[in-house]
Design a protein around this ligand. Structure first.
Ligand code: DC
Length: 233
């Protein structure tokens, strides 16, 4: 019998390794993977380019007025085996991961009109199910009926160290202190904003990976996913 596809929602604090797990899970299950953080980052990059946002300021009116001019698309990269983010036709995968974008993204993602636009797109991507989506509000707001919900956590220091190494590998110039500060600041802003704050859905499974390697994490989560798919058949 053909198995019915499910939606897997992975939420959690920044740099908890959500996207690494989500990507691998989607590849193994033959599901679509959507990194919603990349969408908020791309809108932030656009707002920076237009000078609608910068250190300590945001021009919400201008940003809202121009939302219609932002076209976001994911395109699958066969070589890298994941979908890259395109902003108005341009591949912005590297730029959206910069520390400059990380510093401003929480301000932009707190704007309800921005969230509304992106959540609409996210709903469309999940219409056929067979989806692994990661972010902050996927299990609470975007897909409250997702069949499997995970909430990932780890200590701020562990998360900052992971992000620091990742950025150095990608050729960004950053310090560990700068990243730790950014991680802590985003935790605070993302969990205290009014619209769709980061919080664990009551039916989400909490997963602390401070002391767990990638392989073990993946095996446990893959097992949970198979059980859910089986139950859904
Ligand atoms: O997952 P990430 O660190 O790349 O996400 C970047 C920012 O985008 C994060 O600090 C908050 C915001 N975000 C959000 O508000 N809602 C989501 N579903 C995903 C990300």
């Amino acid at each position: 019998m053909k198995k019915r596809k499910i939606i897997i929602a992975i939420d959690g604090f920044s740099s908890t390794g959500k996207s690494t797990i989500a990507k691998e899970l989607a590849n193994k299950l033959g599901y679509l993977y959507v990194d919603t953080g990349a969408m908020y980052r791309a809108v932030t990059l656009y707002a920076m380019q237009q000078d609608f946002v910068g250190k300590g300021y945001i021009n919400k009116e201008k940003l809202i007025e121009n939302l219609q001019n932002i076209d976001l698309k994911f395109e699958y990269n066969q070589k890298l085996k994941f979908s890259e983010m395109y902003l108005n036709g341009k591949n912005v995968e590297k730029e959206i991961r910069s520390i400059e974008v990380s510093k401003l993204v929480s301000m932009v993602s707190a704007v309800p009109e921005v969230r509304k636009k992106l959540v609409e797109q996210q709903h469309k991507m999940g219409a056929e199910k067979g989806l692994v989506m990661d972010g902050r509000d996927i299990g609470t707001v975007v897909f409250p009926d997702a069949e499997l919900k995970l909430f990932m956590t780890a200590s701020p220091e562990k998360r900052a160290y992971r992000r620091y190494k990742e950025l150095l590998d990608r050729g960004h110039e950053v310090t560990f202190e700068e990243i730790l500060h950014n991680v802590e600041q985003r935790d605070h802003l993302d969990s205290t904003r009014k619209d769709s704050p980061l919080k664990k859905a009551p039916d989400a499974i909490e997963f602390d990976n401070s002391n767990m390697g990638l392989k073990e994490q993946f095996e446990r989560i893959y097992h949970m996913a198979l059980l859910r798919i089986e139950k859904n058949a």
